[in-house]
Every structure is written in C-alpha cells, then in structure tokens.
Design a protein around this ligand. Sequence first.
Ligand code: HEC
Ligand code: HEC
Ligand code: HEC
Ligand code: HEC
Ligand code: HEC
Ligand code: HEC
Ligand code: HEC
Ligand code: HEC
Ligand code: HEC
Ligand code: HEC
Ligand code: HEC
Ligand code: HEC
Ligand code: HEC
Ligand code: HEC
Length: 379
Amino acid sequence: MSKKNTRRLCADCHGEVAGFFDKKMVHEPVARGQCTACHNPHASKHKGLIGTGKEELCYSCHKKDVLLKGRVVHQPVAEGLCLECHASHSSNNRGLLRAGVERLCFECHKIEDIRGKKFVHPEVKKGRCTTCHNPHGSTLDGLIVKKGVCTSCHDAGTKRLKGVHYGLNMKGARCLSCHSPHSSDNRGIIKANVHRPFAEGKCSVCHRPGSKELVQADYNMCLKCHEASIKSFYKRYSHLMAGRTGNFCAECHTPHASDQRALLSGREDKTCWQCHQDTEGFAHSARYVHPELRKCLDCHISHGSNTRYMLVAGDNTCSMEGCHPSQGRFTHPVGEDAIDPRSKEPMNCSTCHNPMGSPEEFILRAGKVMELCIKCHQI
Ligand code: HEC
Ligand code: HEC
Ligand code: HEC
Ligand code: HEC
Ligand code: HEC
Ligand code: HEC
Ligand code: HEC
Ligand code: HEC
Ligand code: HEC
Ligand code: HEC
Ligand code: HEC
Ligand code: HEC
Ligand code: HEC
Ligand code: HEC
C-alpha cells in the first residue's frame, strides 16, 4: 500500500475532496492524504476504483481476528458490508459511523421488536446498543460484550434488589431466565409469557424456600403438574433424555418466563441448535438449504414421534397442504410403489432432497443431471 500523500493531486480534479475534511472525524489514511492506499488511480475491477474488493480493503489495515473477537459474527460483518455502517473517508459520528449507533441499528432491526413494549430498559431507550452488544463479533451468543454484563451495572446484592427477588441474591444467575433484555409489557421487564406457578410467586413448588436449589433435580418435578406430557415422549424416536443429570425439560423450556411460545428457552432454532451443533454447522456451510430452515417446528415434532426424524407428518411432511401438495403425484414416484433398492425402504422426498442442506441445487443429495439417477437406475 502506498503511503504517499496524493491529496493535492487528486483534489485538483475532485472538488468533493474538500468536503472530506469538513467533518468532525476524518479516517486517518485520508487525513494523511494517502488516497492511493485504497484507490488504484488507474483502473480497478471494483466500484469506486478500490484497490481490493470490499472488506479485504479494510482488513488490509484492520486485523480481522482483532476486530471479530470470537465465534459469533454479526451477519453484515460476515458478509463484508463494512460500508453499511461506516463511511470510508470521514463522518460527523463517533467511530466513523454513517449515522448515530441507534439509527444505524434500526436501519436493519425493527424498532418495535426491540422497544415497542410498555416497559423499556433505560439503556435501550437511550439507544445505547453498544453498551451490551459488540457490533462486529463476540465469543458470546447475541453478540454480548462480556459475561455478567447485567451485573456490571446492577449490584444484585443490594437490599432493594434482593427484596424484589424474593430475598435471593441473583449474582451469577442468568437474568434472561426471567427478564427480557430490551422491553416488555410486563412490569420489571419480565418476559412476555409467564409460567403460571412463577407468576403466582409459588417459587417453593420447585425451589427450597429462600434458595435457588431445586426440590427435585430431575424432570419429575415438571411432571407433578404436567403428567400428561410424558406420554408424548413414549415414541420410537424421542427427546426423552431421562438418563441425563438435571432436568432435561429445562433444556428446551424455561421454568420462569419466555418471549417465545410454549415457554421455549430461546428462539426455536437457537433452542434446537444448542444440542444439534453438527446440524447447525452443516446448514451454515451448505450452499443450498430449505427456505425458512430456522422454523424447525414447521417440519419437526419436538417431544417424540413414531416416524423417522420426528417429522410432523412423517413421509407426507413435504407434501402437506401449503407446502408441496402436488409433488410426488406428477413427478418421480414415492411411497410404497417405489422401494429404494439400496435400503429396501419406501422412497420419500428426502431420498433425493435434503432440506437441512446440500452443495447441490434444489437441495438434492447428488447432482441432478445423472449422478443422482444412477444411484438406482442402470444406464
Ligand atoms: C485530471 C483529473 C483527475 C485527477 C488528477 C484524478 N482524477 Fe479521479 N477521476 C477523474 C474523472 C474525470 C473521473 C470520472 C468521472 C467521475 O466519476 O467523477 C474520475 C473518477 C475517479 C473515481 C471513481 C468514482 C466512481 O464513482 O467510480 C475515483 C475513486 C477517483 N477518480 C479517485 C481519484 C484519486 C484517488 C486521485 C488521486 C490519486 C484521482 N482520482 C485523480 C479525474 C481525475
Ligand atoms: C452493523 C454495523 C457495523 C458494521 C457492519 C461494521 N461496523 Fe465497525 N463499528 C461499528 C460500531 C457501532 C463501532 C463502534 C463505534 C463507536 O461507538 O466508537 C465500530 C467500530 C469500528 C472500528 C473502531 C475500532 C473498534 O474495534 O471498535 C473499526 C476499525 C471498525 N469498526 C471496522 C470495521 C470493519 C473493517 C468492518 C467490516 C469488516 C466493520 N467495521 C463493519 C459498526 C459496524
Ligand atoms: C491504509 C490503511 C487503512 C485502511 C485500508 C482502512 N483503514 Fe480504517 N483506520 C486506519 C488507521 C491508521 C486508523 C486510525 C487508528 C486506528 O483506530 O486503528 C483507522 C481507523 C478506523 C476506524 C476508527 C475510527 C475511530 O477512531 O473510532 C474505523 C471505524 C475504520 N478505520 C474503518 C475502516 C473501514 C470500514 C475500512 C474499509 C473501508 C478501513 N477502515 C480501511 C487505517 C486504514
Ligand atoms: C445492514 C444491516 C444491519 C445493521 C445496520 C445492523 N444489523 Fe444486527 N443483524 C443483521 C442481520 C441480517 C442479523 C442476523 C439476523 C438473524 O439472526 O435473525 C443481525 C443480528 C443481530 C444480532 C443477533 C446476533 C446473534 O447471533 O444472535 C444482534 C444482537 C444485532 N444484530 C445487533 C445489532 C446492533 C447493536 C446494531 C447496531 C450497531 C445492528 N445489529 C445493526 C443486520 C444488521
Ligand atoms: C442492557 C443490555 C442491552 C442493550 C442496551 C441492548 N441489548 Fe440487544 N440484547 C441483549 C441481550 C442480553 C440479548 C439476548 C442475547 C442472547 O441471545 O442470549 C439481546 C438480543 C438482541 C438481538 C437478537 C434478537 C433478539 O431480539 O433477541 C438484537 C437484534 C438486539 N439485541 C439488538 C439491539 C439493539 C438494536 C439495541 C439498541 C437499541 C440493543 N439490542 C440494546 C442486551 C441488550
Ligand atoms: C449500563 C448500565 C446497565 C446495564 C449494562 C444493564 N442495566 Fe438494567 N438498568 C440500568 C439502569 C440505570 C436502570 C434504571 C434504575 C434501576 O431500576 O436500577 C435499569 C433498570 C433495569 C430493570 C428495571 C426496569 C423496570 O422497568 O423496572 C431491569 C429488570 C433491568 N435493568 C435488567 C437488566 C438486565 C437483565 C441487564 C442485562 C441484560 C441489564 N439490566 C443491564 C442500567 C443497566
Ligand atoms: C416450575 C418450577 C419453577 C418455579 C415455579 C420457579 N423456578 Fe426457578 N428454576 C427452576 C428450574 C428448573 C431452574 C434451573 C434450570 C434453569 O436455570 O433454567 C431454576 C433456576 C432458578 C434460578 C437460577 C437461574 C440461573 O440461571 O442461574 C433462580 C435465581 C430461580 N430459579 C429463582 C426463582 C424464583 C425467585 C422463583 C419464584 C418467583 C422461581 N425460581 C420459580 C424451576 C422453577
Ligand atoms: C427467577 C426470575 C428472575 C431472575 C433470574 C432475575 N430476576 Fe430481576 N426481577 C424478577 C422479578 C419477578 C422482579 C419484579 C418485577 C416486578 O416489578 O413485578 C424483578 C425485578 C428486577 C429489577 C427491578 C428492580 C426494581 O426496583 O423494580 C431489576 C433491576 C432486576 N430485576 C435485575 C435483575 C438482574 C440484573 C438479574 C440477573 C443478575 C435478575 N434481575 C434476575 C425476577 C428475576
Ligand atoms: C405447580 C404446577 C406446575 C409445575 C411444577 C410446572 N408447571 Fe408448567 N404449567 C403449569 C400451569 C398451571 C400451566 C398453564 C397451563 C395452561 O395455561 O394450560 C403450565 C404451562 C406450561 C407450559 C405451556 C405453556 C404454553 O404456552 O403452552 C410449558 C411448556 C410448561 N408449563 C413447562 C413446564 C416445565 C418445563 C416444568 C418443569 C421445570 C413445569 N412446567 C412445571 C403448572 C406447572
Ligand atoms: C427438545 C426440546 C424439548 C424438550 C426436551 C421438552 N420440550 Fe416440551 N415442548 C417443546 C416444544 C418445541 C414445544 C412446542 C410445540 C409446538 O408448539 O409445536 C413444547 C411444548 C410443551 C408443552 C405445551 C404443549 C403441550 O404439549 O401440552 C408442555 C406442557 C411441555 N412442552 C412440557 C414439557 C415437559 C414436561 C418436558 C420434560 C418432560 C418437555 N416439555 C421437554 C420442546 C421440548
Ligand atoms: C422444511 C422442513 C425442515 C425444516 C424447516 C427443518 N428440518 Fe430438520 N430435517 C428435515 C428432514 C426432511 C430431515 C430428514 C433428512 C434425512 O432424511 O436425512 C431432517 C433431519 C434433521 C435432523 C437429523 C439428521 C441430521 O441431519 O442431523 C436433525 C437433528 C434436524 N433435522 C434438526 C433440525 C433443526 C434443529 C431445524 C431448525 C433449525 C430443522 N431441522 C429444520 C426437515 C426439516
Ligand atoms: C438437550 C439436547 C437437545 C435439544 C435441545 C434438542 N435435541 Fe434433538 N436430539 C437430541 C438427541 C440426544 C437426539 C438423539 C436421540 C436418539 O437418537 O435417541 C436428538 C435427535 C433429534 C432428531 C433425529 C431423530 C431421529 O429420528 O433420528 C431430530 C430431527 C431432532 N433431534 C430435532 C430437534 C429439534 C427440532 C429440536 C428443537 C425443538 C431439538 N432437536 C432439540 C438432543 C437434543
Ligand atoms: C428421484 C429423486 C426425487 C424425488 C424422490 C423427489 N424429487 Fe424433487 N426434485 C428432484 C430433481 C432432480 C429436481 C430438479 C428438477 C429440475 O431440474 O427442475 C427436483 C426439484 C424439486 C423442487 C423444485 C422445483 C419445482 O418443481 O418446484 C421441489 C419443490 C421438489 N423437487 C419437491 C419434491 C417433493 C415435495 C418430493 C416428495 C413428494 C420430491 N421433490 C421428491 C428429484 C426428486
Ligand atoms: C433412491 C433410488 C432412486 C433414485 C435416486 C432415482 N430413482 Fe427413479 N425410480 C426409482 C424407483 C424405485 C422407481 C419405481 C419402480 C420402477 O419403476 O423401477 C423409479 C421410477 C422412475 C421412473 C418411472 C416413473 C413412472 O412413473 O413409472 C422414471 C422415469 C425415473 N424413475 C427417473 C428417475 C430420474 C430421472 C432420476 C434422477 C433425477 C431418478 N429416477 C432417481 C428409484 C430411484
């Protein structure tokens, strides 16, 4: 990269350059007139005569691993869209941002999802999103800046906080087991859907009085009131994980409050992916996946089922009304009339397609021209 100061040369013809320097904050290489550190003055295959494409330009000076900080990467950053948030030359905003932090975040995130409810966390109300989130990447889910971010402002041991928390010191507890981080229609920003015994303050049906300790370590604690639920697990394929230590119901459900339906502990894909990390990795790296793959429960039953892969309608899952009702009738035969010569099982849609991901177009299990067909048909 050239460190030469070419500002005057360029400004001879590019009157707008003067405007770069009117702003409060000028990008350092621009301030130094190092125009050719980023631009190739003669020719380039990139828009704006940029020397290298998109994020590689930025990463040539800002180390990628320093910027990203961990396994969770903000999607626009992963896609190299630095200029969605940053100006290239200069800006009136801190951090060379194109707009204030709050306005920037709400260009992509719906304001009503974040603070459309009655009780709003004061930091969220003030639009200080980066108090809790790293805009680029983090080791923690949800791009959270650090562990214990909540207790960095709230001393959970004060008399007042212990008072509202039934005498408990919440230090070290997962605040999000009960609170929404942004806003809620419930007082104290308690998440939207509240488990009835929790709402009624009956902590002691599950906990020893005055303690976080549980009265019973395993899932039988839930069955005290949800006896019928266990039947939905007595199936050939099931999530019954009774052998695990602890309460496996609480891996998918929160016992207190949730912003999701059925008291799920997080958004459905996140709930499922806590354990199915292989599937997550596969889906993220696949070239093609089924649209709306994150809505796991559109296709899978959660507790248990007698059909393979716990699909909501077994072999007919793909041809459900509203999905692909005509496929299979007018296309390649499936079902009892078409027995897969390899497995001797009736063929279904996922014999040829894999909704969870594939390198092939139409999420096919092999190339559509021939590779796939000759798995069963001789030529
Ligand atoms: C002799 C006049 C002249 C000089 C000197 C000059 N340019 Fe240009 N530049 C032009 C013209 C004319 C265009 C094409 C019209 C336009 O898009 O403004 C252009 C286009 C560009 C573009 C592309 C704009 C776009 O929208 O794609 C960039 C970037 C650029 N110049 C940067 C520079 C830099 C950096 C320097 C200094 C090293 C420089 N120019 C020096 C005349 C000049
Ligand atoms: C979603 C918006 C967004 C995207 C996309 C984004 N940034 Fe940032 N970036 C920010 C914010 C917000 C800050 C913090 C500004 C502040 O408050 O000082 C920041 C700060 C920075 C800083 C200052 C030092 C630091 O680590 O905080 C650098 C350098 C930076 N960004 C580079 C990049 C590069 C390179 C890319 C593309 C790979 C990128 N950013 C993509 C929002 C974004
Ligand atoms: C030629 C080297 C170079 C390139 C290329 C470069 N930067 Fe910078 N950038 C710097 C230097 C030097 C600083 C000032 C020191 C620092 O903060 O790291 C800086 C600072 C920044 C800051 C922080 C401003 C602040 O102080 O808060 C942001 C944001 C930023 N750059 C974004 C980008 C983006 C986005 C790109 C790609 C379009 C990019 N940079 C490309 C050298 C570069
Ligand atoms: C250019 C569009 C864009 C901008 C600007 C943007 N985001 Fe995002 N953000 C996304 C996309 C796309 C996702 C992924 C959507 C998803 O997971 O459903 C995302 C996801 C997130 C997540 C969830 C990450 C996870 O892994 O759970 C957080 C937190 C977040 N953004 C915060 C912010 C903050 C804070 C800002 C402002 C500094 C911001 N975003 C600005 C597009 C954007
Ligand atoms: C008081 C801390 C805090 C502040 C301030 C904050 N967030 Fe969050 N945010 C969180 C936490 C905690 C999560 C949940 C992380 C997880 O997945 O475990 C979250 C999740 C998110 C998500 C992921 C989807 C969702 O709704 O769960 C987005 C997007 C997001 N925040 C955007 C924003 C934006 C935009 C702002 C600024 C207006 C903001 N946040 C301010 C703490 C905060
Ligand atoms: C930057 C400091 C800061 C951080 C970080 C922070 N808070 Fe707060 N929070 C406040 C302030 C200030 C108030 C208002 C005074 C009070 O109620 O203590 C508040 C209020 C609250 C309230 C009461 C709101 C109401 O309407 O009664 C809850 C609940 C809360 N915070 C939970 C959290 C959770 C959960 C986190 C982590 C995701 C968190 N806070 C992170 C500063 C912070
Ligand atoms: C229906 C049973 C049930 C009820 C009612 C209940 N809890 Fe819990 N609680 C649990 C289970 C199970 C766990 C451990 C699993 C988890 O953290 O999600 C837990 C965990 C906790 C934790 C530790 C959180 C953490 O992540 O570290 C606290 C604190 C807590 N409960 C407080 C309370 C309070 C206060 C009440 C009453 C207002 C209450 N609980 C009502 C079942 C319950
Ligand atoms: C077991 C559920 C539970 C957990 C876990 C929990 N809280 Fe709360 N929190 C509550 C309830 C219930 C209230 C009272 C809500 C109301 O006003 O009705 C409350 C109220 C608050 C308030 C408002 C205090 C006031 O004066 O009105 C703050 C602040 C707060 N919690 C912070 C936290 C922080 C920080 C954490 C994590 C360290 C946390 N809470 C963990 C259930 C919980
Ligand atoms: C003291 C009795 C009691 C205990 C113990 C109990 N629940 Fe519940 N649970 C209820 C009641 C009452 C409802 C509300 C039923 C309704 O609205 O139809 C409910 C509702 C639910 C729902 C459905 C929410 C919805 O939106 O459909 C789930 C999921 C749930 N509980 C999970 C659990 C889990 C997991 C445990 C063990 C950690 C547990 N429950 C322990 C009484 C209990
Ligand atoms: C693998 C994740 C997972 C596990 C483990 C799990 N659930 Fe569920 N549960 C779900 C999902 C997802 C739903 C919502 C189903 C829907 O709406 O399609 C649900 C729904 C429910 C409901 C409300 C609807 C109904 O079926 O009545 C109750 C009650 C319930 N679960 C209780 C339990 C109990 C008790 C346990 C432990 C014995 C448990 N769950 C274990 C994922 C799970
Ligand atoms: C459009 C329907 C559809 C959606 C949405 C969907 N799946 Fe699947 N999934 C399937 C089918 C069909 C199979 C069986 C594939 C086969 O036959 O190998 C499957 C297989 C699986 C398997 C077992 C085999 C494997 O690949 O590891 C897991 C685990 C799984 N899905 C989890 C999930 C999770 C988690 C989500 C949500 C993030 C999800 N699925 C969303 C249709 C779907
Ligand atoms: C607590 C960990 C855990 C969570 C959370 C979880 N799973 Fe599973 N899942 C498992 C285990 C373990 C198996 C293997 C069960 C077996 O083979 O007996 C499994 C098996 C499966 C299978 C394959 C069944 C088959 O026929 O081979 C599917 C599909 C599946 N899970 C989907 C989901 C979906 C969808 C969710 C979210 C609602 C989810 N899982 C959440 C642990 C989990
Ligand atoms: C014998 C292998 C095979 C079976 C079984 C199969 N497909 Fe396909 N499917 C294909 C091939 C090959 C293509 C690509 C066709 C093309 O190139 O247009 C395709 C394309 C599709 C498409 C996208 C193109 C379109 O027509 O909209 C859908 C949707 C589809 N299949 C659904 C299904 C469903 C639902 C089933 C089960 C009822 C099913 N497929 C069974 C091989 C198969
Ligand atoms: C998993 C094994 C399998 C694969 C892969 C497969 N087929 Fe078939 N195919 C069958 C079976 C079984 C039948 C029904 C019995 C028969 O006619 O041999 C069948 C029938 C057919 C028929 C006759 C349809 C009718 O209505 O009678 C045609 C044409 C056909 N396949 C073409 C293809 C093409 C083209 C491909 C590749 C896109 C393909 N098959 C991939 C197993 C397969």
